[in-house]
Write a new protein. Sequence first.
Length: 643
Amino acid sequence: MATLGVSAQWNTANMLRAGKSAIMFDDYVSAIENFNNILRVKPRLSEPYFFRGLAKLNLDDFEGAIRDYTEAIELNPNYFHAYMYRGIAYHNMKRYEDAMNDYNTAISINPGEAYVYANRAITEADMGDYKSAEKDYSKALIIDKELLPAYLNRAIMREKLDDWEGAIEDCNMAIKLNMFSDDAYGLRGYLHFKEKKYHDAIEDYNKALKINPQNKRILMSRAITWYEMKKFPEAMEDYTAVLKVDSTYAYAYYNRALLRAEIGETNKAIDDLDQVLEMNPDNILIYFNRGLLKMEIRDYTGAYNDFSESISLYPDFVKAYLARAAVSGEMDDFASARQDRYKAEEIMDRYKRMQEGDKNALVDTTENFRRLIDINSRDDRMKDVINGRIQDRNVIIELQDMFVVQYLALDTLRKGKVQYFDKRIMKFNQEHNYNPALTISNKRFDYPREFEDEYIETLSSKIRKNRSDVDALLLRGSLYLNRGDYTKAIEDFKTVVERDPKHLFALMNLASARAKMYDYIESIEEKTSRVVGEEEKVKRVVDYSLVLEGNNKCLEIDPDFAFAMFNIANVYAKSGKIKEAIDMYTKVLELDKDIAEAYFNRGLLHIYQGDKSAANVDLSKAGELGLTDAYSIIKRYCSVEEQ
């Protein structure tokens, strides 16, 4: 018995070490899998929860990280690092009071850790309490005099508190600690710029860019400084250099457009604004400025359309009405011009009355306007003490597909592509001595074509000899379904159901084959409609009634067949019945809490409904269970900024 205990302990330690190593190499998904394996057998260990939370934090799954840190704290109430990192997660969710509570608890447990003061300072700064932030950075530096980010961040706080001398001193200390810190030179350059010491700023930016020529933030800063010095060619060169580093950096296109407009390169300026609108098509400021530029080149129709787009996005945009009125005047449409001027005056009058306290004179002037003129949602401020790269894939956001029963080849098993073995599949496989083996999956299996052809012919030979061989028909239909030959698959499954009306697997596969065929036909029609032209497109409403009927028959036979419920939920989602779909995915998870696809799809529907907090919870669980694309969706669609 002692030997077994030592072996188990050694395995756990090894798996924990492997998970930590995966985090060190930024392989957060593998790390989560390792910690999952530990927690399945030892759910009372606090450390795997903490490190799984750390992996989720680095994937921007802040909700999931908070849940894991909370588990770790419940198991170990004095877990200092769990409080500190949960504070970081809370901060990223903009739950600043919760973050402060955790940082305070962490400090009460271990007052000698510099990083917790530095992180608390970040939260205080975002709450606007710059004095407290400056004090906390100072406390961090008393503990660790070589904590370079604390010097830089304290410099930012001192600048906000108008302590320019102290801010420069902090930058000098950072440079003394690391003479190759481009961030330190860049920040000192920014401070010189704010004091209008442009030559000193350029000197520091040059030093920073000599260390890191690809630092787009400093290139942008230098370009702006050149502009203030009226050195337009140098500014233009730097904006172009930024775009070579990052061709999606909207601010660089926008600033270059303004510069090009100023020096008379109007058409090139319009081209730059076109690029910004491709990345941010809802930005009223870009439409407005492009409209002004189009007026300069006498493209009055284009200008009118741009001002109209600004107004459609923000109906209280006074300047857009006045600009459109001017364009209408140039086009001799004086009635429209008068109408727009009247509208502008009416909005200005309402704004004046609202300022005087008239509650019936509301004008949309604040948060919505700021959002609609934000060129870049990215935050390039240098403030994070705890760094971690984000694994961010480009993903096509689609529902996870319907489940089917599939033939499981031996090499497929070895590749680890098994999805789900529930009690029904296990019973079938045992009765058939696992020859052939079946699995429930919603993924396509890549069998060699020659293997499929050969096996289909073998099954066809058996069927020709015995038309009642339902097993052969089920297997052949499954292979047809897997390769996308839906008509033949439907024919085989229908034959099985005719022979055995209560054949659970055939009923589910028949329904799924029909759904896949409908979706395939719809995709072909959409492609055709794009070719023939939008005016000839006829929207076809897909009739999923037979798909629902088949899965409902499965539930009549076995009310707890979660995969048939999942397929019904998918039909509801595809049909626009969002509430019914969410309710059905919930029933699926009540039966089986480990079906990752149900969490994933329910999360997507929560995003569709605008409930990004609920979406975050579901997608976090889907990612934890192995659907790693969920983390990219969390990052792109469930961030606090998006909410």
